[in-house]
Structure formats: structure tokens, C-alpha cells
Design a protein around this ligand. Structure first.
Ligand code: XMP
Length: 329
């Protein structure tokens, strides 16, 4: 019968057969559940012939690149290269306020950086006679993504452009390898647990490809990124501390481009506003805002206004989807 226990050896055998004795595989990892599970499975199947690439686009969560590097290389043994391209991304985002423009810049720059690193890895492989050429691109596509791409496109897909790396297939003449394409999200999580991926990662909320750039309303600068990273870190830590993380489908902070008056000690402040978002949903097509106990919101608000310089006000978003979307942009 169908079980995750039999899935792993079968899929590993299938990957080995597909890749042959020398074939090299590249794939992007993000620190999310899907790409981590896919990467670990590839590592189990072909070891260092799988080359994972993580692009630090400058709009990730606090210390995310460092944490992903530690987890993938030290804990999971995956052959990973982290590319710090934050200057390039933030340079191109300078002065840009339009959300779709932000998505396009980040999507296109991602492909460019990924391709450049892939070409470097290709050269290294060519110089080593024990290694074959890069023939495959790993993608952590799930069954719902497969369905969505061949039939109905949900409102999100129409309203907001989600980026993909489809162009790589043509540019580098790579073939696609998709070990998760028959699985649903809960099956990927079960698979992750069997592959010894840390529990906090297996249960992690989704994070959008364009990252904090679509959670900073207005221009994205290093300063704005740092403020939002700090506030979001506090928010998520307090949600975990309250034992609520697993009841929420997605939670994050957004940074608003307005200033409000406040008071600190004897002084007047004129600082920015953080909006907190938390939703429960089955499929992200519709969502309800999450009903926090007031004491949890109180603690979060107090910590953010006390600890994050540049923020003097915190608001909680009580908008469902529809008419709101999950993200603010
Ligand atoms: P919305 O805001 O459309 O979000 O209600 C639904 C889900 O999609 C995620 N999202 C994105 N993910 N690239 C992504 O990879 C994007 O451009 C993007 N926009 C939204 C959002 O975080 C939520 O989980």
C-alpha cells in the first residue's frame, strides 16, 4: 500500500536510475519545507552530485541564510552554496514602490544569480573527470502546484505574479526532476519527519519568494528591512512561546509607510507602524484572521514598541481573505 516508508526507498531508487552514475543535479533551496525535503531526498540518493544553491536576496527573515546554511550543511549533510546577492537585489529595488515591479525584479534577479552560480558549478564539474555534466534541475513542486498549472488558476495566481525558474530549463537545457510532484503538503511534512528534518522546520509557515519586499509598503531599504526583520522575529518568537504557532497557517509582520505620533519618556516620537497578520486557512484561497488571546497581543505589542527602534505603534490586521489577501502587497 501507499505509505511514506515505502515512498523513500522507491523514490531514491528512481532518482538514482534517472541520474545514472555521473549525472549532476542542481536545485534552489529557500529554507522552506518543500525545498528542504526535496534537497535531503536528493542528498540521500546521490550525495554530493546534488548541488543546492541558496540565494540571499537581502529580503529574507533575520539571519535566515546563516540558519539555513547551518541546518542543510551541518545537520543534513547537503552540498550547499549560499550566494550573498543582497547588494544586487537591494540596489535594483531602490526607489521601487509598486508591488508587481518588486516581484518582477526579485524573480528575474533570482534567475540571473542562480544561473550564474549554476554555470560556475558546471565549470568545476567539467574540470573533474569523475563528474558528469549538470543535466537536471530539482524542483520541490507538489501535487497541488501540478494541478494548478494544468487547470484552474486561483485568484492569487491572477492577482499576484508568482515567480518560477522555468527559463532555466531552456537556457541551460536542463531536465526537470520533481520528487514531490505526487504529494500533498501534509505528506511532504510526514516525509520530512522520516528524513530527520528538524520539527520546527517541518511545521514552518510558508514564506513568499519576494520575501520582505512585499511586506515593506513603499521603498525597500536596508534600514526598513532591518526594522521589519527585528519586529517579525519578536512576533514569531512570542507566537511560539504562547504555543500557538501550529494553530496558525501563516503569521508575519508588515511595515507600513506612515508615521504616527507617540510618547517615550518625556519625549514625543514620530515613528513607523507595524501591522501584525495571522491567518488560518486550508488552502490560502480563503482565510480567516486568527483570534489571539488579548494577553498575547499585549505582550507582542509591548515588546515590539520597546525593542524595535523606529516603531512606536502596533496594529493587528482583522481582515479576512477575501476581500483582503494574506499579504499586504
Ligand atoms: P495572497 O497574498 O495572494 O497569498 O493571499 C497567498 C499565499 O501565497 C503567498 N504569496 C506568494 N508566494 N511569491 C510566493 O512565492 C509571491 O509573489 C507570493 N505572493 C503571495 C502568501 O505568502 C500566502 O502564503
Amino acid at each position: 500500500g501507499w505509505s511514506m516508508d515505502t515512498f523513500i526507498p522507491k523514490e531514491i531508487a528512481r532518482i538514482r536510475e534517472i541520474c545514472g552514475d555521473k549525472g549532476q543535479v542542481i536545485g534552489a533551496v529557500s529554507g522552506g519545507v518543500d525545498s528542504t525535503v526535496a534537497a535531503k531526498l536528493m542528498h540521500e540518493a546521490i550525495g554530493d552530485r546534488f548541488h543546492a544553491i541558496m540565494v540571499d536576496n537581502g529580503v529574507l527573515r533575520l539571519d535566515e541564510a546563516k540558519k539555513v546554511k547551518k541546518m542543510l550543511t551541518e545537520d543534513l549533510g547537503v552540498n550547499l552554496t549560499v550566494v550573498d546577492a543582497s547588494d544586487l537585489f537591494l540596489g535594483r529595488l531602490a526607489g521601487v514602490e509598486d508591488p508587481e515591479q518588486k516581484r518582477k525584479i526579485i524573480g528575474n534577479t533570482f534567475i540571473e544569480v542562480f544561473e550564474e552560480k549554476a554555470a560556475e558549478i558546471e565549470k568545476e564539474c567539467a574540470a573533474d573527470s569523475s563528474k558528469g555534466p549538470i543535466e537536471w534541475l530539482l524542483q520541490g513542486t507538489l501535487y497541488p502546484d501540478v494541478i494548478e498549472s494544468i487547470s484552474f488558476k486561483g485568484p492569487s495566481a491572477v492577482i499576484k505574479s508568482h515567480h518560477n525558474v522555468g527559463g532555466l530549463l531552456e537556457d541551460m537545457k536542463l531536465k526537470l526532476i520533481e520528487p514531490l510532484r505526487e504529494l500533498f503538503k501534509d505528506e511532504v511534512r510526514a516525509l520530512g519527519r522520516l528524513l530527520d528534518i528538524p520539527a520546527h522546520l517541518v511545521g514552518r509557515h510558508p514564506f513568499p519568494g519576494p520575501g520582505l519586499a512585499i511586506r515593506i509598503l513603499g521603498e525597500v531599504t536596508r534600514e526598513q528591512v532591518a526594522i521589519l526583520q527585528h519586529a517579525d522575529e519578536i512576533y514569531i518568537a512570542e507566537i511560539r512561546a504562547a504555543g500557538l504557532y501550529d494553530q496558525i497557517s501563516q503569521a508575519f509582520a508588515a511595515l507600513l509607510p506612515v508615521r504616527a505620533v507617540g510618547v517615550m519618556g518625556d519625549a514625543r516620537t514620530y515613528d513607523q507602524v507595524i501591522a501584525l497578520r495571522a491567518v488560518s486557512t486550508e488552502d490560502f484561497m480563503t482565510a480567516d484572521w486568527f483570534e489571539f488571546p488579548a494577553s498575547v497581543l499585549k505582550k507582542i505589542s509591548s515588546r515590539i514598541t520597546n525593542e524595535v527602534r523606529g516603531i512606536n505603534r502596533v496594529v493587528y490586521d482583522i481582515t479576512s481573505k477575501p476581500p483582503g489577501t494574506v499579504e499586504w502587497l
